[in-house]
Design a protein around this ligand. Structure first.
Ligand code: MF3
Ligand code: CO
Length: 290
């Protein structure tokens, strides 16, 4: 948390208590929005935008739930991809991943199995007992973005896999639980890395959480590992929390052929969960609940 004697977040070089301390000088949300844009390039969402983003997030979460439910032994990751395309078509939504980035992402979602950290490309691989799978689905609905992901376990998985799945979920939820205006971004990395380390797991540092809503990836970028980012949260921020947790080393290796698939350097399992959240006046709201 920013404290009374810290420099004010607005960049004035005054102490917070002499500047934008809430009780001293209430700032309107419009003023706050202008300041955040200027100082951090962060867009604090308007009430109208929040309404639209909430709808996109709800659709993303409902779709993700259906995709997770269909992920069973013998199914290919491509079949999950195809189902997401159909669900998008039916709802007049667009899968945000499809064609995203360079080279253009070929899937409409990411399917990341076992040692794949993130950005796995759906293909003809059949799910088998003992697999852990991350399904990461983001959509555009009514021009707004929602982004979420979850893990599915197939049949009986070993202890190491079970551990990363649970630690990744708990890391995400512990980070979300501290969110409110005034919390500094590095506190998110602190809570995730401290928890993961206590379970002998590592935190991937090559990928971050991100602002989302009007675009797929907006400011701020939020690291999941220890860092020094003192940007304070403010009402109207919408971003993801999506820690990637490894059983072994944290390092990621990008596939040299497809330029997307990120695997653990030591081949040990990795897991990730993701929610999109809104910072409210005195806390947070999870937007990607089905
Ligand atoms: N949640 C992931 C992210 O924010 C989704 C990636 S989709 C991809 O990076 F197209 F970039 F792969
Ligand atoms: Co994301």
């Amino acid at each position: 948390m920013i404290s009374r004697n810290d420099p004010c977040w607005c960049g004035s070089n005054l102490k917070w208590k002499k500047c934008h301390y809430p009780e001293k000088s209430p700032v309107s949300l419009d003023e706050l929005r202008a300041e955040y844009r200027k100082k951090y390039r962060i867009h604090l969402k308007t009430p109208e935008e929040i309404q639209g983003i909430k709808k996109a997030c709800k659709f993303a979460a409902q779709t993700l739930k259906k995709l997770c439910e269909m992920a069973k032994e013998g199914l290919t990751t491509k079949a999950i991809d195809e189902m997401s395309r159909k669900l998008c078509r039916d709802a007049q939504a667009i899968p945000a991943a499809l064609g995203y980035g360079h080279p253009p992402f070929p899937g409409s979602l990411c399917t990341s199995l076992n040692d794949v950290i993130c950005h796995g490309i759906p293909d003809d691989t059949q799910l088998k007992s003992g697999d852990i799978l991350n399904i990461d689905f983001a959509c555009i609905l009514g021009g707004y973005y929602g982004d979420c992901s979850a893990m599915v376990t197939i049949g009986k998985v070993d202890e190491e896999k079970e551990l990363v799945v649970d630690v990744a979920y708990e890391s995400m939820m512990r980070a979300i639980a501290i969110l409110k205006p005034g919390v500094l971004l590095y506190e998110i990395g602190d809570i995730i890395e401290k928890y993961a380390a206590s379970k002998n797991c590592s935190v991937v540092d090559a990928f971050v959480s991100h602002g989302v809503g009007l675009k797929f990836h907006e400011e701020p970028q939020i690291a999941h590992h220890y860092n020094r980012d003192k940007t304070p949260l403010a009402e109207g921020m919408i971003f993801t929390i999506e820690p990637m947790i490894n059983a072994g080393v944290r390092h990621a290796v990008i596939d040299p052929d497809d330029h997307w698939t990120a695997r653990t350097a030591d081949g040990k399992p990795s897991a990730q969960w993701e929610h999109t959240v809104l910072i409210t006046k005195d806390g947070y709201e999870i937007l990607t609940s089905p």
